[in-house]
Design a protein around this ligand. Sequence first.
Ligand SMILES: CC/C=C\C/C=C\C/C=C\C/C=C\C/C=C\C/C=C\CC/C=C/C(=O)SCCNC(=O)CCNC(=O)[C@H](O)C(C)(C)COP(=O)(O)OP(=O)(O)OC[C@H]1O[C@@H](n2cnc3c(N)ncnc32)[C@H](O)[C@@H]1OP(=O)(O)O
Ligand SMILES: Cc1cc2nc3c(=O)[nH]c(=O)nc-3n(C[C@H](O)[C@H](O)[C@H](O)COP(=O)(O)OP(=O)(O)OC[C@H]3O[C@@H](n4cnc5c(N)ncnc54)[C@H](O)[C@@H]3O)c2cc1C
Length: 572
Amino acid sequence: MAAALQTLGGGIGITLHWIAFTPTIEQQATEEQKKKWLKLAQDVAIVGAYAQTEMGHGTFVRGLETTATYDPSTQEFVINSPTLTSTKWWPGGLGKTANHATVMAQLYTRGKCYGPHNFMVQIRSLENHQPCPGVTLGDIGPKMESNGNDNGFARFDHVRIPRENMLMKFARVEADGTYVQPPSSKLAYSNMVYLRGTFVMSAAQALASATTIAVRYSCVRRQSEMKPGEPEPQILEYQTQQYKLFPQLAAAYAFWFASWFMTQQHGSITGSMEKGDMSGLAELHALSAGLKSYTTAVTARGIDVCRMACGGHGYSHASGLPALFGGAAALCTAEGENTVMMLQTARYLVKCFAQSQAGKRLTGTVAYLSAVQPSPVAGNRNMSDLGTLVAAFQHRAARMVRHAAMQMQGEMQKGKAREDAWNSCSVLLIKAAEAHVHSFVVRNFAETVQTVEVDESVRAVLTSLCQLYSLYGITEHAGDFLKDGYLTGRDIDAASSHLSAMLARVRPDAVALVDAFDLHDKILRSVLGRYDGRVYEHLYEWAKKSPLNKSEVHESYYKYLQPFLKSNRAKL
Ligand SMILES: CC/C=C\C/C=C\C/C=C\C/C=C\C/C=C\C/C=C\CC/C=C/C(=O)SCCNC(=O)CCNC(=O)[C@H](O)C(C)(C)COP(=O)(O)OP(=O)(O)OC[C@H]1O[C@@H](n2cnc3c(N)ncnc32)[C@H](O)[C@@H]1OP(=O)(O)O
Ligand SMILES: Cc1cc2nc3c(=O)[nH]c(=O)nc-3n(C[C@H](O)[C@H](O)[C@H](O)COP(=O)(O)OP(=O)(O)OC[C@H]3O[C@@H](n4cnc5c(N)ncnc54)[C@H](O)[C@@H]3O)c2cc1C
């Protein structure tokens, strides 16, 4: 049943029950509270939404307006939407599906505000699914994609909930209204860190889906003449088609491996946090925010490249690519808008750079910032060597982080306030953070292909894919590598020719590489990407099922076209 609900479309949105509501109980509820709600959620005996974003605030969580005011006389919290802009807006499943929600609200007790905290609120009757007293619910209307999901709105008119409905694993309010501080105020945000981490795998899956569709179709589709008089070639024989698709295919593998690292990091750091060691939280936040931002942005662009590479049929919903693009586009905004998330990573990098300047030895994903020499040693580099490529990306990132941080220091030395200096350098900061995440993805890709337990012939293919991904990144951002002479023009030319060689080397394994994602036709939902390659027959069958083909002459002819034609003919 639960699995069936997961796939239900048509106004039933249960995705967020699984990826946000239930994990929030797991991560933010006490053991007592888990006994009350966790099994109900896991067995889908209740259906929940994660209600944080409001009409007026999504990014700035500290600016949320919904209030939860503690009433010690009844030991209840009063949940209220004081303004129109405080209306909860966007949460998946909130409109028509969920009967519970974890509501993020500003906590007030004894007249003082303690900032955003999570509260469990029943929003619909378990008997007849009608909204509970004081709760107004609805769907926010059609969206770019995912219209099977009822992203909804909710308003609360002084809705009373028991004190025990505050998720109190970290912070709590005692019966007399005393607020007990959490180890870190950011622990209330821990589920967002978790969800951002899962978006890295969603991005990898989405890009894997798109490249599977486009590569398979590019082997079915024959078009034009490569040589006069010869049969039309598979469009995948064109180097331009390989240049479009293979870097996206390589990125899908890169992001898949990055999501493995993200999952492992999340597990290990949250494990330490359970024992009271918060030292890894900052790195976890910076990594999850940066990887989510970088992988979802590259994925959305990459899916559209795959769509365009499939010509007109790529633009049809039969391809599955428009829906994938719409979904991936959502990942760029949801769970922390990409710009804001990359700025969070930049904030961490500037902090680490300052620590490194003060002599601290950096560790983890920023360790390279301490190690990289500012003065580059130019020379003929072996641009097919993975170690050389990784070092180039780390040098680029270190240079850009140093440049952005020094620019900011310069602005402050001119008398600017830190916040103004930050804002006037934020484009540089974003580019530096992107370079940092890019270097992490390349390094992780290289380390994974060198250590993953596979047959040596498979390792050789993965190594070519990693070289292709890295060389593509260098040629696409050549200026960053040339700027301080770390790479020379000859190096960039060498990178370009190696990239061409990699395109040709990956070509024979391209179909095997997408088949390895093992995405069933039922998941791909694409006529172009069918495993059996029978595109044309199924394209025709798909079109015949179009609602417009239910009648030979559509009713619109009689309503509009016929009278219009008649009146025009009458004027002749
Ligand atoms: C095989 C299948 C094939 C394909 C299928 C796959 C994919 C298909 C394609 C797509 C998928 C399909 C459809 C897509 C549809 C929908 C997507 C699915 C689900 C959507 C779910 C979405 C849910 C949500 O959006 S929930 C709401 C999310 N909201 C946010 O994320 C809000 C973002 N804002 C914030 O987090 C914060 O406001 C902030 C920006 C971080 C600022 O916080 P704050 O102002 O408090 O902090 P400061 O910036 O001042 O920094 C202070 C200090 O705190 C540290 N900090 C901040 N946050 C954290 C944190 N989370 N953890 C730890 N530390 C944190 C920060 O670093 C500072 O530290 P220092 O002072 O030391 O520097
Ligand atoms: C498909 C989908 C599903 C969603 N599901 C949920 C859900 O289940 N639960 C939930 O609570 N929310 C959900 N959301 C809401 C989502 O979390 C917010 O849309 C997101 O956090 C962005 O906030 P916003 O929409 O208010 O945009 P804003 O924060 O207003 O951002 C608008 C623009 O302003 C820029 N900006 C904002 N702040 C800064 C800054 N400090 N520096 C630089 N630029 C800045 C942003 O970069 C962005 O370009 C969903 C959204 C979508 C699209």
